[in-house]
Design a protein around this ligand. Structure first.
Ligand code: ARG
Length: 472
């Protein structure tokens, strides 16, 4: 036979701080309290929580679920709470678990019954989903502006260096000459797509969950379009179960953030290589580097290295969020509380990184002589010689072979293709004419690639100017 549980006595524990304490017969331990609380990190949603609550209260007053006086009281209380938060005077209590309950408790302290009516027809489940979306919308807007500033900075350097030649690499082997401007504009393309991706993600962020309440909706005559309108949402979530449990929008954002950092990381890798004394293509401003505590000669590219490193955590946040969601049945589960720290961290990391990189790119000092010297090694114009023969009727495969022989000969002699005389070059193919050296110069090579998307200085200038105008 089952034993009857002891009847809970009144005031068995002094845990009245918790909104549901009436239902429980024993308090949670301090560790469990800490384990389940989110206020330490979700308090950064506070102003969005207030914004959402005010819209909800205004709607409740419009549909006469609360009185105009209640709404006025709630507004007054929230104004004071906002002031307290901004002044750093608000008392955040871990006993109150999260940002929502902390603010609600203070509201009740300040305005009494009106504060107790605020939560009518809503749940923390739709409340938190709304807060995150309001917050993320603002973050996305900031990041899009930063991405455009970054593209502007890249295009500014690209315009100045539209004619600066360096070797382009494949497999980290010298491939063909390109211009430094062209190289930088490749990144401007990536960050342009990143901005588009964020703008697209924003469309799905900017939809209102409020009204879904805990999961099934509410029996009160709520006006969801009014709340959406007040909060600047484009639409309302169409299914209450989905509204409270969907975190696709956060995953999409984390994926977009991971791609931004991946692009930053690729650029960082190049900056580190370019700045290595063995390469010496660029120098970074001292404010982005540090020295060594032991080796006096060192100037280390710390900022690009750290950005490359921080890409790991932003990629990790994406995987964490995907993993968080994969096992969850509908609708809300407490697991969802784990969505925030990674999401916040991704937004913070990308924001800080982009802010620094706008300045960092502007501070790149280009060393054109080193770039040129590197482009002159490694037979970067071999393809141009092959193309030259093709233009004189030689099939491309034959031209390729003839030039390969020439390159081999140069390697033996320790010289460049351009160092061979016309007569010497003609030994490799009879189609070689007196004008052959015009295509063996670096300038001739890049200028010849003047189609859309090519590395010719004229095209690079055009492309840079276009981006500068777009991002002005
Ligand atoms: N702090 C919670 C979160 O971040 C708020 C929602 C709580 N809902 C609940 N049913 N326990 O997800």
């Amino acid at each position: 036979m089952m034993k009857k549980p002891p009847a809970p006595t009144q005031n068995q524990f002094d845990n009245k701080a918790q909104a549901w304490s009436a239902r429980f017969s024993e308090p949670v331990s301090d560790l469990v309290k800490r384990y389940t609380a989110s206020v330490d990190f979700d308090k950064r949603l506070a102003l969005f929580d207030i914004q959402g609550s005010l819209a909800h209260a205004e709607m409740l007053a419009t549909v006469q679920v609360i009185t105009p006086q209640d709404f006025a009281d709630i507004r007054r209380g929230m104004a004071q709470i906002r002031d307290e938060i901004l002044a750093g005077q608000f008392q955040w209590l871990i006993d109150l678990e999260d940002v929502h309950l902390n603010i609600e408790k203070r509201l009740v302290e300040l305005v009494g019954d009106a504060g107790k009516r605020l939560h009518t027809g809503r749940s923390r489940n739709d409340q938190v989903a709304t807060d995150i979306r309001l917050w993320l919308r603002t973050e996305i807007d900031t990041l899009i502006v930063l991405l455009q500033q970054f593209r502007h900075a890249l295009a500014t350097v690209a315009l100045a260096e539209a004619g600066t030649i360096l070797p382009g690499f494949t497999h980290m082997q010298v491939a063909q000459p390109v211009t430094f401007g062209h190289h930088l504009l490749a990144y401007a393309e990536m960050f342009g797509r990143d901005a588009d991706r964020l703008a697209d993600c924003r469309k799905r962020v900017n939809v209102l969950p409020l009204g879904a309440a805990a999961l099934a909706g509410t029996s009160f005559p709520i006006d969801r379009p009014q709340v959406a309108d007040l909060l600047g949402f484009d639409d309302v979530c169409r299914n209450s179960l989905d509204a409270v449990s969907d975190r696709d929008f956060a995953i999409e954002f984390c994926a977009a953030a991971a791609l931004i950092m991946t692009h930053i990381s690729r650029l960082s890798e190049e900056l580190v290589i370019w700045m290595s004394p063995r390469v010496g293509f660029i120098d970074l401003a001292d404010r982005f580097c540090t020295g060594s505590s032991i080796m006096p000669q060192k100037k280390n590219p710390d900022v690009p290295e750290l950005a490359r490193g921080k890409t790991g955590r932003v990629n990790g946040n994406l995987v964490a969020l995907l993993t968080l969601m994969k096992g969850q049945p509908l609708a809300y589960n407490k697991d969802n509380q784990e969505d925030k720290e990674g999401l916040f961290d991704s937004a913070d990391t990308v924001r800080d990184t982009l802010t620094i990189f706008v300045d960092l790119v502007g501070g790149i000092r280009v060393k054109p002589e080193a770039m040129r010297a590197a482009a002159l090694q490694g037979f970067a114009t071999a393809t141009d010689l092959a193309d030259y023969l093709v233009k004189r009727g030689v099939p491309f495969r034959d031209a390729h072979e003839a030039v390969a022989h020439a390159v081999r000969e140069c390697e033996l002699k320790g010289c460049d293709l351009a160092d061979l005389s016309v007569a010497e070059l003609r030994q490799f193919h009879a189609a070689v004419q007196d004008d052959v050296h015009s295509v063996l110069t670096l300038e001739g090579s890049v200028a010849a690639r003047a189609h859309i998307g090519g590395t010719a200085p004229v095209r690079v200038r055009e492309a840079a100017q276009k981006i500068l105008a777009q991002t002005a």
